[in-house]
Design a protein around this ligand. Structure first.
Ligand code: SOE
Length: 402
């Protein structure tokens, strides 16, 4: 064992906050990083302790626990939520188990952080939000893992919109594009099965951009008009995942039961118009999330591939020298950055999970409902359901007369 970390000594007097995580793949690794790092960077009111991680494959989950610093490994989530050393249950499993685990964990008196999308159906999300409301009255909190809110640049954009720098909003334009499904030989992993994932690009990517758009605009969407498509309808059956999104096939074919892409237009309650595009078939786009907001007084644009920057146009400036300029979001008074590196030393994807952990730890100490809570996650779920309903009706689709 090496020397104790100075921060460990400083934190020794703080009350422990035991974290129990269910699921240990891609998101589990990302959340582990967040929990492991948060107390070493931020001054927190309590001391997050990586108490236990849970997964069905005992050998794999023990290896994960060892690698990421979890004190114990469990193979049954019910055993995890029954543990006295677990205060927060962090759900990183596919959507089909979110509702059951979250409702049980809240009933067991735990705080719950749940990966997005909140659930696979509106009904499940309603049950989770109702359980969250009841638990809130007993001082237990819920949060959904819409991590892209927790970047300094997106948080700064929210602050600028709230300050009125864009004035009345007219447009929000969002795309979230990936290309890992382009190969028709890519196997039918759980993200392509409706009974496990709920939906495809819509729930996986569309949920993020619906949340981000509503968060930045500061208001909910009132209605949508949508098109969805499944480009490759049959794929080889999977033989196992090989890290991240990658997988190998086992032979034989199965049916894809989710969308590969979802496109929709939408109207905010205020009348602002929005367009959304979520796709896993955008060749060359790996994890490309872009959002632009246009208001009467100015515009803001964010690109996840340049995540330490915002583009800002101030339309109240003399037009002779107005235009988009780059804000480098690395100053100590930018959101989350007081604790990180000197100006100019940027952050990355993984830091969103550190910030998510920070915000939840503070919310628990203050008994303040965190945002987004399960109630907010339910609202996003309703938007996703409206998109599916609209796409099923093809309501936007007026054939071109020839
Ligand atoms: C896969 O499409 C994925 O990992 C999503 O599930 C995450 O939510 C997103 O942040 C990155 O892409």
């Amino acid at each position: 064992m090496g020397q104790p970390h100075p921060r460990d000594e400083a934190d020794a007097g703080k009350p422990p906050l035991g974290i129990g995580m269910v699921g240990y793949a891609f998101m589990g690794a990302a959340h582990s990083q967040g929990w492991r790092t948060v107390g070493r960077v931020f001054d927190l009111p309590s001391r997050p302790v990586l108490a236990a991680v849970c997964g069905r494959d005992g050998q794999a989950v023990r290896a994960m626990a060892e690698r990421h610093g979890w004190a114990a490994a469990e193979t049954d989530w019910r055993a995890l939520i029954a543990r006295d050393d677990v205060d927060v249950v962090d759900i990183c499993t596919p959507g089909d188990s979110h509702a059951e685990i979250a409702v049980a964990a809240l009933a067991a008196g735990k705080h719950v952080l749940c990966e997005k999308p909140l659930a696979n159906t509106v009904e499940e999300a309603e049950a989770m939000a109702a359980a969250g409301e009841q638990a809130y009255r007993q001082g237990r909190l819920t949060m959904v893992g819409f991590n892209y809110r927790r970047l300094p640049a997106t948080s700064l954009a929210r602050r600028m919109v709230r300050e009125g720098r864009l004035g009345t909003l007219r447009h929000v334009r969002v795309t979230y594009l990936q290309d890992w499904l382009v190969d028709p030989e890519f196997p039918l992993t759980w993200r392509l099965r409706r009974e496990v994932a709920g939906s495809g690009a819509l729930g996986d990517l569309g949920a993020h951009i619906v949340d981000l758009a509503q968060y930045l605009a500061g208001e909910p969407l009132a209605g949508v008009s949508a098109l969805t498509e499944t480009f490759v309808r049959e794929r080889p059956l999977p033989g196992g995942t090989t890290g991240g999104l990658a997988a190998v096939s086992a032979g034989g074919l199965g049916t894809v039961t989710v969308d590969d892409a979802a496109l929709f237009t939408a109207r905010f309650a205020s009348g602002a118009l929005a367009t959304f595009e979520a796709s896993r078939f955008a060749t060359g786009r790996k994890n490309s999330l872009r959002i632009e907001l246009n208001g009467e007084r100015g515009s803001l644009a964010f690109d996840l591939e340049r995540l330490n920057e915002l583009a800002y146009h101030d339309h109240t400036e003399p037009l002779a020298h107005a235009g988009f300029r780059r804000i480098l979001v690395t100053e100590p008074d930018h959101p989350y950055l007081e604790a990180w590196w000197p100006p100019g030393h940027g952050l990355g994807y993984e830091h969103t999970f550190v910030h998510q952990a920070r915000d939840l730890v503070h919310a628990i100490a203050a008994n303040h409902r965190p945002e987004p809570s399960f109630a907010d996650g339910l609202q996003v779920q309703r938007v996703l359901a409206a998109v599916e309903e609209s796409a099923a009706k093809n309501s936007v689709y007026t054939p071109v007369v020839v």
